[in-house]
Write a protein that binds this ligand. Structure first.
Ligand SMILES: NC(=O)c1ccc[n+]([C@@H]2O[C@H](COP(=O)([O-])OP(=O)(O)OC[C@H]3O[C@@H](n4cnc5c(N)ncnc54)[C@H](OP(=O)(O)O)[C@@H]3O)[C@@H](O)[C@H]2O)c1
Length: 201
């Protein structure tokens, strides 16, 4: 998710720092291939002057990447990370909380928006190519940080759908398991997104 979204953010004109991988060479390769203002850096370097941070690591790595990033006070964190267990078979948090809310508690001085987690990474480039405009739900507690997320969502080619406050991630995160079922267990491949249609008389 981070590699693909970072690439698309760079192509859309943002300055991007790719960080957090086992080998720096992977991050440098992503930055070279992104064809924009992109570079590789440590999580701390990525966070330093960033207007927004994309959190796109496995749930088991969240504490590690946050500690490497250092002080994130005042930062906007856009998270697509789902609170999955080690073998990705179940959500560790649900019903009365969500991964996004648990993240906001871990870093209370940041502004967390949940976005991008409801689509498979495999569809992102096709959406960017713009043949169709699927919906993308996002949620968060603060208007200005949600606006940052809206800009990024539009830049990738989705139609942003404001689902409300961060606690709505309790619904969007399990919804993603449905999307994953359709994407990875179905017969038609993972290049899948969704669109909400409204019918007003
Ligand atoms: N994939 C999807 O379609 C999708 C969709 C919706 C939500 N999500 C959520 O998005 C998050 C990211 O998923 P993903 O599929 O993008 O994961 P991923 O491909 O495994 O990417 C995670 C990143 O973390 C790095 N990493 C992992 N362990 C590390 C360690 N010990 N030290 C340093 N770097 C480490 C990986 O580096 P290496 O490449 O070197 O291992 C990689 O750069 C997850 O929470 C997932 O639930 C994923």
């Amino acid at each position: 998710m981070g590699g693909k979204l970072g690439t698309l953010f760079a192509r859309a004109g943002h300055e991007v720092v790719f960080s957090y991988a086992h080998r720096t060479e992977k991050l440098k390769r992503l930055a070279r291939a992104a064809q924009g203002k992109a570079r590789a850096g440590t999580p701390r370097e990525a966070a330093q002057d960033a207007d927004a941070l994309l959190l796109a690591v496995h749930w088991s790595r969240v504490d590690d990447v946050l500690s490497q990033a250092g002080d994130l006070s005042g930062k906007v964190i856009v998270t697509c990370s789902l609170p999955m267990n080690a073998d990705d078979s179940a959500l560790l948090i649900g019903h009365d909380s969500s991964g996004a809310e648990a993240l906001a508690k871990k870093v209370p001085k940041t502004r967390v928006v949940s976005a991008f987690g409801t689509v498979p990474s495999e569809v992102l480039f096709a959406v960017y190519e713009g043949r169709r405009k699927p919906s993308l739900v996002y949620c968060g507690d603060e208007a200005r940080s949600k606006q940052v997320a809206v800009e990024l969502i539009r830049d990738v080619g989705f139609d942003p759908v404001d689902a409300g406050p961060l606690r709505i991630a309790r619904y969007t995160e399990p919804f993603t398991l449905l999307i994953a079922q359709l994407a990875y267990e179905g017969t038609e491949g993972p290049e899948l997104a969704y669109r909400f249609e409204r019918f007003r008389s």
